[in-house]
Design a protein around this ligand. Structure first.
Ligand SMILES: [Zn+2]
Length: 233
């Protein structure tokens, strides 16, 4: 099927969309290979890996539980619809969502309130697919605190855990991240600041272009970085 026709069939709503790919692709920015079944974002007609698209802090939530899906949308500061092209049906189909991992807590609480707690727990665990290498996380967390004394221990821990998720392709899994390279850790800290301490996710959610959104929050990022770099008082 010609590419143009596929695009035409893509969801017409203003929801952000990421694509679960049927064929291997290469990120047009960093050049990383994305496997079949992996997620990409399309920017100006070119594929971007989730990391380059600044969407790698989002986790997959597969369709199936209507209540959980609705609640995850409500609580998540940024989310995108996952679609995959169905060759047999000739159009894109919704597969699920990607949502902010931390924001799932709100959805989790609501689900726990009206479902059995254990059942809710199981659902959340099933969608998170988070496997952490705790030793690497500990080392990285300590290194973050060394470079950024002003960053709280809890947040350092959260950045370290996020960047070291196995198989995520995030900076913590790269050679530089494993050797606790200063630049790699700074990059991880900046990514976290963008998503948690600025309007970045809201701007993306509102449809702003990534480059524009980055420019709009640059000063906010610098301000937080400066605060983190200063010794804790
Ligand atoms: Zn990339």
């Amino acid at each position: 099927m010609p590419q143009a026709q596929k695009q035409q069939d893509a969801p017409a709503s203003k929801d952000l969309v990421v694509f679960s790919i049927l064929r291997e692709a290469k990120c047009s920015d960093c050049g990383v290979e994305i496997w079949r079944g992996g997620l990409i974002s399309m920017e100006n007609g070119s594929p971007l890996c989730m990391e380059c698209a600044d969407l790698d802090h989002l986790v997959e939530l597969t369709l199936g539980d209507v209540a959980l899906t609705r609640r995850a949308k409500k609580h998540s500061g940024l989310w995108a619809v996952i679609v995959r092209f169905s060759r047999s049906r000739g159009h894109y189909e919704r597969q699920g969502l990607v949502v902010v991992e931390d924001d799932l807590k709100g959805a989790e609480e609501e689900c726990a309130a009206d479902a059995g707690k254990r059942e809710a727990r199981r659902e959340i665990d099933a969608v998170r697919r988070v496997q952490q290498d705790s030793k690497l996380t500990d080392a990285m967390s300590a290194k973050i605190r060394e470079l950024f004394p002003g960053c709280s221990p809890a947040e350092a821990r959260s950045i370290a855990a996020h960047t070291t998720v196995r198989g995520s392709g995030r900076v913590g899994r790269t050679e530089a991240g494993r050797s606790l390279d200063e630049r790699a850790i700074t990059a991880a800290a900046i990514a976290a600041i963008r998503h948690k301490h600025t309007r970045y996710d809201r701007l993306l959610m509102g449809g702003m272009e990534r480059h524009e959104a980055r420019a709009a929050i640059r000063e906010d990022v610098d301000r937080v970085l400066e605060r983190w770099q200063a010794p804790r008082r």
